[in-house]
Design a protein around this ligand. Structure first.
Ligand SMILES: Nc1ncnc2c1ncn2[C@@H]1O[C@H](COP(=O)(O)OP(=O)(O)OP(=O)(O)O)[C@@H](O)[C@H]1O
Ligand SMILES: [Mg+2]
Length: 260
C-alpha cells in the first residue's frame, strides 16, 4: 500500500555511548498537521530532530519523507528536500539585520555555485532576488516586516525567536521542526506564537512542535507523540493524551492547567 503520510518514522534507534536516546521510535505524520512531541527532559526530543535533519546517522530504523528515505543523506540534502528547523538555543547573527539573517535560510535552496557568485553571473542576481522575496514573505508571515532593517541583536528575545522561525520558513519548507519555540516567552508572546504556528500551517507547512508549555501544546496541536527515555509512551489527540494515566504519571502530573 502506498504511504500517504508526509513523514513516516519506523524503529528509530540512536545511542550515545551507553545512553539510548531513541530506543525504537515509530510514528507517522500526515501532511498539514501540527504534530507535537512532548516528554520529560532527556526523553530524546531534540535527538529526534537532529536525526531527522541528518546531523546524526541512526544505528537503525527508517525515516521516509514524502516517500523518500532520509537516512544516509547529509543535512544540506535533507534541507533541500523541504525540511527546516529552529534550535533550542537561539542561533542568530546578532550584528546582521533581521532581513539578512532570514535570507540565510533561503541560501539552503540556492543552486548556483561559488564561481558563479564571484563572477556575478545573471543567474546569481536572479537567485538573490528570489531569496530576498522568500525572506520578505517569511518576515510578513512572522509579523517582522517593520524590523527588517534592524540589527537582530537589538530585538527583544521574543522577536529574536521569531527571526529564527522566519529564517527556517525562508527555505520554503514542507515540514518545519520547532524546538521549544515558547521557551523564555511571556504569556502574551506565547499566545502570539500560537497564532503564528496556526498561520504557518494555514500556509501549507506541516509543523513538528517540541515544547514543554502544555497550554500551548494542548491548544495548538492536532496530535501528540509522548516520548519517555527514548521510547514512545503514547500517541493521540490532545484529549486522549491528557486522559492517559501513563502520560499523567510520567510527565503531566495531576495539576496541569491547559487553558491559555
Ligand atoms: N551529542 C550527545 N552526546 C551524548 N549524549 C547526548 C547527546 N545528545 C543527547 N544526548 C543524551 O540523549 C538523551 C536525550 O537528549 P535530548 O537532548 O534529545 O533530550 P530532550 O528530550 O530534547 O530534552 P530537553 O527537554 O531537556 O531538551 C539525554 O540523555 C542526553 O543527555
Ligand atoms: Mg531538547
Amino acid at each position: 500500500m502506498q504511504d500517504t503520510n508526509l513523514l513516516t518514522v519506523e524503529g528509530l534507534e540512536q545511542s550515545f555511548g551507553g545512553v539510548m536516546a531513541l530506543a525504537g521510535v515509530s510514528f507517522h505524520t500526515p501532511e498539514n498537521l501540527i504534530y507535537a512531541i512532548i516528554g520529560p527532559n532527556g526523553a530524546g526530543k531534540t535527538t529526534l530532530f537532529n536525526v531527522l535533519c541528518g546531523f546524526y546517522q541512526p544505528a537503525s530504523g527508517s525515516l521516509r519523507f514524502n516517500g523518500q528515505e532520509l537516512r544516509g543523506r547529509p543535512p544540506h540534502r535533507i534541507a533541500a528536500l523541504g525540511i527546516a528547523r529552529t534550535f533550542q538555543n537561539l542561533q542568530l547573527f546578532f550584528n546582521m539585520t533581521v532581513l539578512e539573517n532570514v535570507m540565510v535560510g533561503g541560501h539552503l535552496r540556492a543552486k548556483t555555485g561559488l564561481l558563479a557568485a564571484a563572477l556575478r553571473l545573471p543567474q546569481v542576481r536572479h537567485e538573490e532576488q528570489q531569496l530576498r522575496e522568500w525572506a520578505r514573505e517569511a518576515l510578513e508571515l512572522c509579523e517582522l516586516t517593520d524590523h527588517a532593517e534592524h540589527p537582530a541583536g537589538a530585538l527583544p528575545y521574543g522577536l529574536m525567536k521569531r527571526v529564527e522561525m522566519a529564517r527556517a520558513l525562508a527555505a520554503k519548507p514542507r515540514l518545519l521542526l520547532l524546538d521549544e519555540p515558547a521557551a523564555g516567552l511571556n504569556d502574551t508572546e506565547t499566545m502570539a506564537l500560537r497564532d503564528l504556528i496556526q498561520r504557518i500551517r494555514a500556509s501549507g507547512v506541516t509543523v513538528l512542535l517540541v515544547e514543554h508549555h502544555m497550554p500551548l501544546v494542548m491548544s495548538v496541536s492536532d496530535r501528540l507523540l509522548v516520548l519517555d527515555y527514548g521510547s514512545v509512551l503514547a500517541e493521540g489527540t490532545p484529549a486522549e493524551i491528557q486522559a492517559n494515566p501513563r502520560v499523567i504519571a510520567a510527565y503531566l502530573g495531576g495539576a496541569v492547567q491547559y487553558a491559555i
